[in-house]
Design a protein around this ligand. Structure first.
Ligand SMILES: [Zn+2]
Length: 100
């Protein structure tokens, strides 16, 4: 599966990346689940920003694709703060869809 239909509420689609750790549904050893990417660039070189969800506390945040495999939750595991994973021009709407 390469497209997550439940992520398209604002007309956006979340897509899997190429690496195994950037696939939609991937869960790393810290229980951080990958939701895919909107195609927004991350803060690391040649990396997309992916949406991750902590399966322990439900926190949703962004991370570079290269960081997913070892990512820790910013809220309950002491990980670094998340990065922007949504497009700047639709940020209010996108944030409302994912923020709890
Ligand atoms: Zn957490």
């Amino acid at each position: 599966m390469s497209v997550n239909p439940t992520g398209g509420g604002a007309g956006l689609l979340l897509r899997s990346g190429e690496a195994s750790s950037t696939q939609i549904g991937y869960v790393n050893e810290n229980q951080q689940k990958c939701h895919g990417t909107f195609g927004v660039f991350g803060t690391d070189h040649n990396q997309y920003a992916y949406r991750l969800e902590c399966l322990q506390c439900g926190y949703v945040y962004g991370a570079n694709g290269s960081d997913i495999a070892a990512r820790r939750c910013p809220q309950c595991q002491g990980g670094v703060d998340g990065i922007q994973y949504w497009l700047p021009d639709i940020s209010p709407k996108a944030f409302k869809l994912t923020d709890k």
